[in-house]
Design a protein around this ligand. Structure first.
Ligand SMILES: Nc1ncnc2c1ncn2[C@@H]1O[C@H](COP(=O)(O)OP(=O)(O)O)[C@@H](O)[C@H]1O
Ligand SMILES: [Mg+2]
Length: 381
C-alpha cells in the first residue's frame, strides 16, 4: 500500500490517530474510504464484527469490504496480507485535535462522557471491545457534546450476554490505554494544568459504572403501581436509552412484583426523530430538536385549542423552521458539511444570547447574529 501513492492521485492525506497497521485514505467519486492493511484473517474478522455492530445501530465506522492482497512489495505471492475498507467517518475529529487545538478545549471535558457512553452502548449489545484507546475512538461534534465512534474492532468479540468479568476487563484495558495515550501526548503538547493524566481513566470508569447501574437496576413495586414502570421507561428515555422489553418476576409477596427494563441501545432520540421526520441526526442533536418539536406541539395546540400530534408538529418544524434556516444559511456558504449540526449551533446561540439578555431572544435574531459572526469567522464551532 505504501507505493500506491506513486501510482494514484486518489490517495489523500487526512489527520489520523496512531496505528499499528498501514492506513490510507482514498477519494473515490467524492466519497472517502479508509484502507487498512492487516492479516487477511483479521481483516475478515474485523469486517464481520463491524457489519454486525452497524446492524445493531451502533456508533462505529461503516465497513465496506475486505480482501486479499495477492502480491507483496517484491511482487512475491503473499497469502497472509489482507485489507479492510471502511467508509471515512465524515466530520470526525481524531482525539489528538482535542489536545492541540485551542478552539476545541471545551470539548475535552466531554471526552470522558463520550467514551463512557460508547462503552455502555457496546456492552448492552454484548460487544467486548478489547482495545479502547484514544486512537481507536473518533469523535464527532454533537450539539455541543461529543459522540464517540468505535474505529478499530480487531480485538472485539460478540457474546450472547456479556459477563461482569468481561466488562471489567474492557475497563481495565481502557484505563491502561488512555493513561498511556495521555502520557504520550503530554510529551508533545502542553496539557492543561487541571488535567490529571492518571485520573482520566478512573473518571471514565466511574461514569461508565453509574450509567451501567442505572440501566441494570431492578425494582420491586406493588401490583397496583404499574405507573412506576412507565416512569422508569421515561427516565431511561430521557438519558437516551431505548427500552425494548420489561421483564417481570414474582416475589415472595402476593401483591408485589419485581421488574427490570431491557435496554437495547443508547439512541432513543435519534430513533424517534428519524421515525417522525426521516432526519438522521446524532443523539444529542436529536434530543435538542425533539425538545423544540415538543415546544412547537404545545404552542400550536394552545393556539388552535386542540391537541396536535407529535408527527404533525415535527412536519411543521421541518418545513417552516429547519429547512427555511438551513436554506438561508446555504445562500452564504457554498457547502454545508453538517447542516443538522449547524442548526443545533443556531439553537445553542439562541440559548447563549437569551441567557445574556435574560429573555428569549427568538430564533430569527439568533440566526442573524450567528450568520454575521460565522461570516466574520468569529464563531468557530
Ligand atoms: N473509517 C474511518 N474514518 C475515519 N478515520 C479512520 C477510519 N478508519 C481508520 N481511521 C483512522 O486511522 C487510524 C488507524 O486505524 P485503526 O483501525 O485504529 O488501525 P490500527 O489497527 O492499526 O490501530 C484511526 O486512529 C483513525 O484516525
Ligand atoms: Mg487502532
Amino acid at each position: 500500500m505504501k507505493n500506491w501513492e506513486n501510482h494514484s492521485n486518489k490517495i489523500i492525506h487526512l489527520e489520523k490517530g496512531l496505528s499499528r497497521h498501514e492506513v490510507i485514505f482514498v477519494n473515490w467519486n467524492d466519497k472517502v474510504y479508509v484502507f487498512k492493511n492487516l492479516h487477511v484473517r483479521l481483516a475478515k474478522r474485523e469486517y464481520e464484527i463491524l457489519r454486525k455492530a452497524e446492524k445493531l445501530a451502533f456508533q462505529c465506522v461503516i465497513p465496506v469490504g475486505w480482501g486479499r492482497i495477492n502480491l507483496n512489495e517484491e511482487n512475491n505471492v503473499d497469502y497472509d496480507s489482507g485489507i479492510i475498507i471502511t467508509e471515512y467517518l465524515q466530520n470526525s475529529l481524531p482525539f489528538r485535535s482535542l489536545f492541540n487545538d485551542k478552539n476545541l478545549e471545551r470539548y475535552r471535558i466531554r471526552l470522558q462522557d463520550a467514551i463512557a457512553g460508547l462503552l455502555v452502548s457496546l456492552h448492552i449489545v454484548g460487544l467486548f471491545w478489547g482495545d479502547c484507546s484514544l486512537s481507536n475512538v473518533l469523535f464527532r461534534r454533537d450539539a455541543g457534546e461529543l459522540q464517540a465512534f468505535l474505529v478499530d474492532a480487531e480485538t472485539s468479540n460478540f457474546y450472547p450476554i456479556i459477563s461482569d468479568a468481561t466488562r471489567e476487563l474492557d475497563l481495565e484495558i481502557m484505563k491502561e490505554n488512555i493513561t498511556g495515550d495521555l502520557l504520550d501526548i503530554s510529551v508533545l503538547h502542553e496539557l492543561p494544568d487541571a488535567l490529571d493524566i492518571y485520573s482520566v481513566g478512573d473518571i471514565i470508569e466511574k461514569k461508565y459504572n453509574q450509567l451501567w447501574e442505572e440501566i441494570s437496576e431492578s425494582f420491586i413495586i406493588k401490583k397496583s403501581e404499574n405507573y412506576k414502570i412507565q416512569e422508569r421507561i421515561r427516565k431511561l428515555n430521557q438519558i437516551g436509552f431505548s427500552v425494548d422489553e420489561i421483564v417481570l418476576f414474582p416475589t415472595s409477596k402476593q401483591d408485589e412484583v419485581q421488574f427490570k427494563t431491557i435496554v437495547t441501545d443508547k439512541n432513543y432520540y435519534q430513533n424517534l426523530l428519524h421515525s417522525i421526520t426521516g432526519i438522521l441526526a446524532r443523539e444529542n442533536q436529536a434530543r435538542h430538536i425533539m425538545n423544540e418539536i415538543q415546544e412547537i406541539k404545545a404552542d400550536l395546540s394552545r393556539k388552535h385549542n386542540n391537541s396536535l400530534t407529535l408527527g404533525a408538529a415535527a412536519f411543521r418544524w421541518k418545513k417552516d423552521i429547519y429547512e427555511v434556516y438551513i436554506n438561508r444559511l446555504s445562500d452564504h456558504f457554498e457547502y454545508l458539511a453538517d447542516p443538522i449540526e449547524n442548526y443545533c449551533q443556531i439553537l445553542e446561540h439562541k440559548w447563549f444570547l437569551s441567557e445574556k439578555a435574560q429573555k428569549d431572544v427568538g430564533l430569527e435574531l439568533a440566526f442573524k447574529d450567528y450568520l454575521e459572526k460565522k461570516l466574520k469567522k468569529e464563531i468557530v464551532y
